[in-house]
Design a protein around this ligand. Structure first.
Ligand SMILES: [Zn+2]
Length: 256
């Protein structure tokens, strides 16, 4: 069985498909979808094929992945062809946010604790998928992706719907001061406990989207912590450096 997590506001859009994969004991590596973590390649490809079929079978989709590097590099996908799907080598290099307005391209982000964010401009029909760990959050990749959508496609942030998918929560994300201090200027970004801090990455990314002009009512948080819900999602922290990754996907599917 392949189960997806979905956002209600994105699910309500008739010309959009999105999904966040969950773990499954039925499939190899608990249904990990990462090619870069040294599992047997054919099993991961098989998992990806099952995922693609469960995601959508009525369109000829191309799946695009980036070689994620915790950067603030944003790539606009302009060609309809799969990249990084069956092989690592042709993934978008050194990149942590993907944007496109081309239908039938599925933008994919892999995570295990980092924050995956899906964006959809309902007027201009532009989508984005973002990977924000603490470094990407520090470099404001969510804010910059909205700005890129404005610059390149004329998006109005008021038309953008956002989903902040399962990621490690403030309950479980303990960091040192050298990490937390990057966010001290944001009220409620962390809570001190002894000489450590509990950092709230989903919340900080929400503040970036708000500052970029996205409406609060258009931002849905999953409020699912990957470390607390490790039966459902991969958690690098909880699983002590696991190599499994789950996938967040978004694609435009216009009516013919
Ligand atoms: Zn937690």
């Amino acid at each position: 069985m392949i189960d997806f997590y979905r956002f209600s506001h994105l699910s309500a859009c008739p010309t959009l498909a999105h999904a966040v994969s969950t773990k499954s004991k039925t499939f190899p590596y608990h249904f990990s979808l990462a090619l870069h973590t040294n599992e047997e390649k054919q099993s991961i490809i098989q998992n990806r094929t099952l995922l693609a079929n469960a995601f959508d079978t009525s369109h000829d989709l191309d799946f695009v992945l980036a070689h994620q590097t915790h950067s603030d590099h944003i790539h606009i996908v302009k060609q309809k062809r799969s990249q990084g799907w069956e092989d690592l080598d042709d993934a978008i290099q050194d990149c942590d946010a993907l944007i496109t307005d081309i239908p039938h391209i599925a933008l994919c982000i892999l995570t295990a604790d980092c924050v995956p964010i899906l964006l959809y401009d309902t007027k201009k029909k532009v989508i984005a998928a973002i990977h924000a760990g603490w470094k990407g959050t520090q470099s404001e990749i969510a804010y910059k992706t909205v700005r890129k959508m404005q610059q390149h496609y004329g998006s109005n942030p008021k038309d953008i719907l956002a989903g902040i998918a399962p990621s490690i929560g403030k309950c479980c994300y303990e960091v040192d001061q050298n990490v937390a201090q990057h966010f001290f200027h944001i009220p409620k970004s962390s809570t001190p406990i002894g000489d450590k801090y509990m950092l709230d990455l989903p919340y900080i990314n929400q503040t970036q989207l708000l500052r970029a002009g996205v409406q609060k009512r258009h931002i849905k948080m999953s409020h699912i912590c990957t470390a607390c819900e490790v039966e459902q999602f991969f958690s690098y922290r909880k699983e002590h450096g696991c190599s499994g990754r789950f996938m967040s996907i978004i694609s435009l599917l216009p009516k013919p």
